[in-house]
Design a binder for this molecule. Structure first.
Ligand code: PCD
Length: 793
């Protein structure tokens, strides 16, 4: 393990991975306003689609009159669920083996649900006509509270599912219940805490949308869409719509942020496809901000109970949790398995314990479907929040320093690979140095002294710690799939005759900078400068199959594929070089960009010279075909397990209960670092997300099922004004199974920061006897907590 502060970066062009703070190749395009997003796509004769959404959360549809809308100027078509049902397209599968209405036929089940759509000459005509559609609703009682949803007599939401008599969605459990019970029985101390992770929304800057263009002559559908997973979407369209897969091209151009919101297939995409087939014209659908917040994949909405058992001197023995998961009206979770893999993988945290058990029940409610992995590898965010909160509750109970308690219980370096009590294998980790570096950067002891002095004066200062382990890089074939699709990633590398190269990926960037980092990975392996390597992604006709970008999987899976395909090309280059230099392959040495003859370094050929020979005239060694290219499909053998230590310092205004994040120290370990500057940006973004969730963001509903967070006036997202200057550092513990030792990092900071912030606020409120308060810690919630009325979760 190396650990360094950021100021020790140095530039080194000879070493593309890790040391150079290489600028992003995509930025000249973005900085000049030349990014090309879905809404920039303009096709000749293109029509515009707008969706009519349910004004209420639960109602039977008695009738829909579309005649006035059809007569409205510029309108080309008005389509209802009944019309889709005739083509067997009214329902579609979700990524979690449930079904979801494309357009409602029988009932609407959440406010904002898709009821009908209009296609017209322009956006305005389409939107105007929506108001002319007359829907007769028989309004039913909604249920938006997960606990109430399970009560006998609660309104039944999914009466479309045969034999369904309640709102129960699924149950899962993991760990050993009896063994955990036994350990809890003999523990000196048991602490339990009810904890809510409220419903939040990824709210990417660009909303979702699509341009669909069906060419009846070619029989080919082209779909530009805001998707994080173009290949998986194409396969599902082929299965659902019955269009042959090779006749569908999904293009995911520049994406203005995904954050998990763009993993699912939304009804709007399907409507756009139907519309182009019906009208014979290209059709654009772009949702607005409110549509995005009200109807697309939310995240979290977990009601949790955490229990922790320990000895009096602070040895953690066991962890037990019980979760009630609110999945909304359709189970649209974008997860690689039928169960919350991420949650189950890491709810035991970074600690070496004797037993663990988790039980989970999921329910349907009259809320938008989803449960997307918003910066969270399938419910890891919730798990990390839970465990880091209850560890703090335990520290409070024992009167122990929370840093000391964590240090005492970490999995030790020699225990890796570490099999957890729920059967997952943490690949590598070295936790103590990461924690010590964060404490050192924070000046932890001095901060505690400062806090003591301030408390004596009645000032409210809090210090919060969170230490996390994530499981990212979904995923190994043996453990996970999405609707039967394995989670491997393809990669294809071609070196052109002049030694320039193109690498084609199956993952899809939404701002992470893949055009830069994948060029760096290939450059590192094959010695062609990153500037000479073009990265192609986001177009199913021109890239190999793979499952897309989410769950911080691009680096762990696709990044591994890129390194390995480059090694395959290098192996071929070596054989060609042996012919050119007239020596045996074994006599060649590889040195960044060239092969040299061992013991005769004057005899050398560069990769560029080899590329020309591979394509040119002259003999190639026996059995070697021309060209210099290769492809691969990489199936990871395990997930990667990044970790980090975060320390947050807050001041709470005793008069207004306003929380100010004064300092935030984040030390991340994502194994081998490809581009330190990009990693820093990823961490800054994730920490900002964390401030939003901890202090500001919540999608709430009133009793009638009205969404109270339907605009950015009501759903507050953080800006530069709410966040401090981040203090970042890092350690490096390579992944043993990844070809270059890299682990994912894109979600780490969003996962790790909310518990650090909440722990800090609770620490500040200690003088009031507060042990827990639920997010978002808005002034009113903090005020309530100070007055001993922390709201019951
Ligand atoms: N890296 C480096 N190194 C390492 C790692 C990493 O350098 N070691 C880098 C890479 O290359 C890239 C980045 O960093 O570029 C990231 O990565 P990752 O971790 O692998 O991840 P990805 O896959 O790529 O991505 C994804 C993520 C996610 S998942 C999310 S949420 C978010 C993040 O990403 N999103 C976003 N970040 C971001 N950014 C931006 N700008 N935008 C966006 O949208 Mo999910 O599941 O979807 O919920």
């Amino acid at each position: 393990t190396v650990h360094e502060r950021p100021d020790t970066f140095h530039d080194n062009d000879q070493k593309p991975v890790g040391h150079g703070r290489m600028l992003r190749k995509e930025d000249p395009r973005f900085l000049r306003g030349r990014g090309r997003y879905v809404d920039d796509v303009q096709l000749p004769g293109m029509l515009h689609l707008a969706i009519l959404r349910a004004p209420v959360a639960h109602a039977r549809i008695l009738g829909i009159d579309t005649s006035a809308a059809e007569a409205s100027p510029g309108v080309k078509a008005v389509v209802t669920g009944a019309m889709l049902a005739e083509q067997n397209l009214a329902w579609m599968p979700t990524l979690s083996n449930d079904v979801q209405a494309v357009l409602a036929t029988d009932k609407v089940r959440f406010q904002g649900q898709e009821v009908a759509f209009v296609v017209a000459d322009d956006r305005y005509a389409a939107r105007d006509a929506l108001e002319l559609i007359d829907v007769e609703y028989d309004v039913l009682d909604p249920v938006v509270d997960a606990r109430r949803a399970l009560e006998p007599g609660a309104p039944l939401i999914r009466d479309d599912l045969e034999g369904k008599t309640n709102n129960h969605c699924f149950d899962w459990e993991t760990g050993d219940e009896a063994a955990t019970e036994a350990v809890f029985g003999r523990a000196d101390v048991v602490v339990s805490q009810d904890i809510v992770y409220p419903r939040v929304h990824p709210a990417p800057m660009e909303t979702c949308g699509a341009v669909a263009d069906f060419d009846a002559v070619e029989g080919k559908l082209r779909l530009w869409s805001t998707t994080q997973a173009p290949h998986a979407h194409r396969t599902l369209y082929a299965i659902v719509a019955g269009i042959p897969e090779h006749k569908i091209q999904v293009i995911s151009p520049d994406i203005g942020g995904g954050f998990g919101n763009k993993v699912p297939i939304y009804p709007g995409y399907v409507c756009a496809i139907v519309a182009t087939i019906v009208t014979g014209k290209p059709v654009k659908w772009m949702e607005d901000r409110s549509e995005n917040l009200v109807s697309t994949g939310f995240a979290r909405d977990y009601i949790m109970r955490g229990e922790i058992a320990a000895t009096l001197d602070g040895r953690i023995l066991a962890i037990r949790t019980n979760v009630l998961a609110d999945h909304g009206a359709f189970n649209g979770t974008a997860a690689p398995v039928k169960y919350p893999a991420g949650f189950f993988g890491v709810f035991t945290g970074s600690y070496d314990i004797e037993a663990a058990y988790c039980r989970m029940t999921a329910v349907y409610t009259n809320k938008a479907p989803g449960g997307v992995a918003y910066a969270c590898s399938f419910r890891i965010t919730e798990a990390v929040y839970l465990v880091e909160r209850i560890v703090d509750c335990l520290a409070d109970e024992l009167g122990m320093d929370p840093a000391e308690l964590r240090l005492k219980n970490f999995i030790r370096p020699e225990q890796f690979p570490y099999t957890t009590k729920t059967g997952w294998v943490y690949d590598s980790g070295n936790y103590e140095p990461t924690m010590r570096l964060a404490m050192d950067m924070a000046g932890y002891d001095a901060l505690r002294r400062e806090q003591e002095e301030k408390r004596a004066r009645g000032e409210l200062m809090g210090i919060g710690i969170a230490f996390f382990t994530e499981a990212v890089g979904a995923g190994p074939r043996k453990d996970m799939d999405i609707l039967g699709l394995g989670m491997a990633d393809g990669c294809e590398l071609r070196v052109h005759p002049t030694g320039k190269a193109v690498v084609r990926l199956s993952v899809q960037s939404q701002g992470q900078g893949h055009e830069t980092t994948f060029a760096q990975i290939v450059a590192e392996e094959i010695g062609i400068p990153p500037a000479d390597i073009d990265v192609v992604h986001g177009d199913t006709d021109n890239t190999p199959f793979g499952l897309g970008t989410y769950g911080s999987r691009s680096t762990p899976v696709s990044g591994a594929a890129a390194a390995l395909v480059a090694r395959k090309v290098r192996d071929k280059a070596r054989i060609i070089a042996s012919g050119m230099l007239e020596v045996s392959v074994a006599d060649l040495e590889w040195e960044k960009g060239a092969f040299l003859v061992k013991g005769d370094p004057g005899k050398t050929v560069t990769i560029q010279e080899i590329a020309l020979r591979a394509h040119g005239a002259g003999d190639l060694p026996e059995g070697i075909e021309g060209g210099l290219e290769s492809q691969i499909c990489y199936n990871p053998s395990n997930l990667t397990y990044p970790h980090g230590a975060y320390i947050c310092v807050v001041d709470v205004d005793p008069g207004t209960a306003q929380v100010k994040v004064r300092r935030f120290i984040a030390v991340d370990d994502c194994g081998t670092r490809i581009n330190p500057m990009i990693i820093e940006g990823q961490v800054h973004g994730g920490l900002t997300d964390g401030v939003g969730m901890a202090l500001m963001e919540m999608i709430a509903f009133d009793e009638d099922g009205n969404c109270l967070g339907a605009s950015l006036m009501d759903y507050l997202i953080p800006t530069a004004l709410e966040v401090p200057d981040w203090e970042t550092g890092f350690t490096v513990t390579p992944s043993p199974h990844h070809p270059i030792g890299a682990k994912g990092v894109g979600e780490s900071a969003t996962v790790g920061s909310p518990p650090a912030i909440v722990n800090a606020v609770v620490d500040a409120l200690k003088p009031f006897g507060v042990r827990h308060a639920d997010m978002p810690l808005t002034p009113s919630r903090v005020w309530d907590a100070m007055r001993g009325n922390a709201r019951p979760p």
